[in-house]
Design a protein around this ligand. Structure first.
Ligand SMILES: Cc1ncc(COP(=O)(O)O)c(C=O)c1O
Length: 342
């Protein structure tokens, strides 16, 4: 019998379930570039309603949602205040700088920051210096290890931004992980932001797609940028059906992913070459620092035994739990890691 790979590289590796595939097959479709796809329209209305925003725009990826948001707010050379390691700054091939013209003002640390940090960095444009166009919050924070941006701090940051007239955007690729982990409902998180995006293709288990939510005007402008970037999709209802299915069926179950991440971290806590800061294990991501073995070597060795993870640096690896891994898979992965590190 072929042995199963335990794929902990990312929550993007999930495959659509039979129920999701059925919903996709049965979706009513039309040409979404003409605004005529009933399932995309239904998804966009649902997302606007769920987040408490005026409108929502379905886009092919989280990276495109992030780029469109920056194109909306930023004039070339404007500054975007952002936490260290944020995805749009670190992992989107420099698109924000190359295409939107954003200049990032990075707040060092674990990806989260305080209202004071923002206050200290806001700049008004003059004839020789750029001004702040946007404050960007990633929640949960991927590179920070799936940590949740503290709710009360977002509130304080929002007060500063309101006072200074600076818009706020949330890269909420995994915002539902924060919702499930804290019990704070999605609308409450979204109330502080002028706009936000989230992904269907990560923990929610859909094959493709993200959503950008904001004002009606933003949707119109966003649609033009989406077309400019080649992201106008035609019979996209097939994908929107998967997203609707994900919203209806796959949110509460994120709690299982969080429990599995904790289980993995606790299980490895007595392995001396593996150091995990339990305080950062808040959702479905576990960052582990390795001692006595290079991260690339570790990744290769456990891959030979059927466990896949990503190396983040020469000593750090990332484990991500998701819909397609069970607690038994995690037990097996931990046993393999112990064997490799013996
Ligand atoms: C926080 C965050 N934002 C945005 C993205 C980009 O999403 P996509 O891979 O759909 O472009 C990712 C992808 O992992 C992410 O983790």
């Amino acid at each position: 019998m072929e042995s199963k790979l335990i794929d902990l590289r990312s929550d993007t590796v999930t495959r659509p379930s039979p129920g999701m595939r059925r919903a996709m097959a049965e979706a009513k479709v039309g040409d979404d570039v003409y605004g005529e796809d009933p399932t995309v329209n239904e998804l966009e209305e649902l997302c606007a309603e769920v987040t408490g925003k005026e409108s929502a725009l379905f886009v092919p990826s989280g990276s495109m949602a992030n780029l469109i948001a920056q194109m909306i707010y930023v004039r070339r050379g404007d500054e975007v205040i952002i936490g260290a390691g944020s995805h749009c700054y670190r992992y989107e091939v420099g698109a924000g700088a190359a295409i939107a013209g954003a200049q990032y003002v990075v707040i060092e640390g674990n990806g989260t920051f305080t209202a004071q940090d923002v206050q200290d960095r806001i700049r008004t444009a003059t004839f020789h210096r750029p001004g702040t166009a946007l404050v960007w919050i990633e929640n949960t924070h991927n590179f920070g290890g799936g940590i949740i941006f503290p709710f009360d701090e977002i509130k304080r940051i929002s007060n500063v931004c309101k006072e200074r007239g600076i818009p706020m955007h949330m890269d909420g690729a995994r915002i539902f992980n924060a919702v499930v982990a804290t019990g704070i409902e999605i609308k409450k998180w979204c109330q502080f932001f002028d706009s936000l995006s989230f992904c269907f293709s990560k923990g929610l288990g859909a094959p493709v797609g993200s959503i950008l939510c904001g004002t009606r005007g933003m949707k119109e402008e966003g649609k033009r940028f989406r077309k400019m970037l080649g992201g106008g999709m035609r019979q996209a209802g097939i994908l929107a059906a998967a997203a609707i299915y994900a919203l209806k069926n796959n949110i509460e179950r994120l709690a299982e992913d969080h429990a599995n991440a904790k289980y993995l971290a606790e299980n490895l806590s007595d392995v001396k070459q593996v150091k995990i800061d339990m305080k950062t294990v808040q959702t479905n991501i576990v960052m582990a620092d390795l001692e006595g073995i290079n991260a690339d070597t570790f990744v290769k060795e456990i891959a030979k035994e059927g466990v896949l993870v990503n190396a983040i640096s020469s000593k750090r690896v990332r484990f991500v739990t998701h819909l397609d891994v069970s607690k038994d898979d995690i037990s097996q992965a931990c046993a393999i890691i112990r064997k490799v590190l013996h």
